[in-house]
Design a binder for this molecule. Structure first.
Ligand SMILES: C[S@@+](CC[C@H](N)C(=O)[O-])C[C@H]1O[C@@H](n2cnc3c(N)ncnc32)[C@H](O)[C@@H]1O
Length: 311
């Protein structure tokens, strides 16, 4: 939807685009007016992207997409939708992430269902998917694992991109396993995507060509300092990587030997400042491996790729 089709700032004061009249004394607010009002409340509360988020609140309340929202700007929304939007707006003002309110987040071009109890997939994690796909480009029927699958974003993206792949999605959290199963079904890959309750790789039934992992990597002390959307709403078990953030990544490196097929690889997301320490840990666990860092969409080293020797 082009920018120019959105109402301009202050459009609520400009007559028909903002308020419909049903008679000489009744002025009914139009959708344009209500969306602007929500955006102003978000702006005053210091919520970034206030206008975009106001649009998303109203598309969710009305059950329509953004194109339909803009087309309906001169209409008056039904009372029940106004009530739903108000409830969603209050939750957002309490800093609940908009993805939890909408119940979905786009990842690697796919709508992924999300909700409280699982991490909302981040754009930088798409680098994990890209690197994993690149590593198995030449493999006819790759066998892959996504450890710490959360919503299943990585596992589902891999299974959709490679229709002949078998993917194992592993997590310790029941809600994560449930949502991964749901997302696998809604993208039609349940027959090839196996969801397993597992502490890291413990339940993985066979060696794989690649292990992709976005495990928790925030330093424990830093969690309270994160923005409230993250620190208050996203699950601590999805964030907390211990004292230096690398506790689970180190353990995975130590336990991954024997889980990879010859020439197989680990593709590990982490914070850019953790890359050096994780590279050292990888070299200690896989002395013959080729280790390199891949950059995320904003150009920062974000993903460590550890490719085992081809025996
Ligand atoms: C940062 S979230 C990533 C979720 C998802 N992969 C994504 O990128 O959006 C980390 C996930 O690792 C899971 N996790 C934490 N400790 C684990 C462990 N020991 N074994 C398996 N999964 C674990 C958490 O439950 C959480 O779902």
């Amino acid at each position: 939807m082009a920018e120019e089709s959105q109402p301009r700032e202050g459009a609520q004061d400009e007559g028909p685009a903002s308020a419909g009249t049903t008679g000489p004394h009744t002025v009914v607010p139009t959708l344009a007016h209500l969306v602007q009002k929500t955006a102003r409340r978000f702006e005053s509360a210091g919520i970034g992207d206030a206008r975009l988020e106001a649009d998303l609140i109203w598309t969710t309340a009305l059950g329509i997409d953004r194109a339909a929202l803009y087309s309906a700007f001169r209409d008056t929304p039904p009372d029940d939708a106004v009530r739903r939007a108000e409830a969603l707006c209050e939750r957002r003002l309490n800093r609940e992430p908009v993805a939890y309110l909408m119940g979905t987040r786009e990842f690697y071009g796919l709508p992924i269902a999300v909700g409280p109890g699982v991490l909302i997939p981040r754009p930088e994690t798409e680098t994990v998917v890209e690197e994993t796909l690149r590593l198995v480009e030449g493999v006819a029927s790759p066998v892959l694992a996504d450890v710490g699958c959360g919503s299943g974003a990585i596992a589902v993206a891999l299974a959709v991109a490679r229709p002949e792949a078998i993917v194992y999605a592993l997590d310790v959290a029941a809600r994560a396993l449930e949502l991964t199963g749901h997302n696998a079904a809604s993208h039609g890959v349940s027959d090839r995507l196996h969801v397993l309750e597992s502490d890291l790789l413990a339940a993985l039934p066979r060696p794989v060509h690649a292990v992709a992992a976005n495990l928790p990597y925030v330093m424990s002390d830093e969690i309270p300092l994160l923005e409230p959307e993250v620190s208050r709403y996203e699950p601590r078990e999805a964030l907390d990587g211990g004292v230096d953030g690398l506790a689970l990544i180190r353990r995975l490196l130590a336990e991954a030997g024997g889980r990879l097929l010859p020439g197989g690889a680990l593709v590990l997301e982490m914070a850019p400042r953790q890359i050096a320490a994780a590279s050292d840990a990888a070299a200690a666990c896989f002395p013959e491996a080729v280790v390199h860092a891949a950059r995320d969409l904003s150009g920062r080293e974000r993903v460590l790729v550890v490719q085992a020797e081809r025996r």
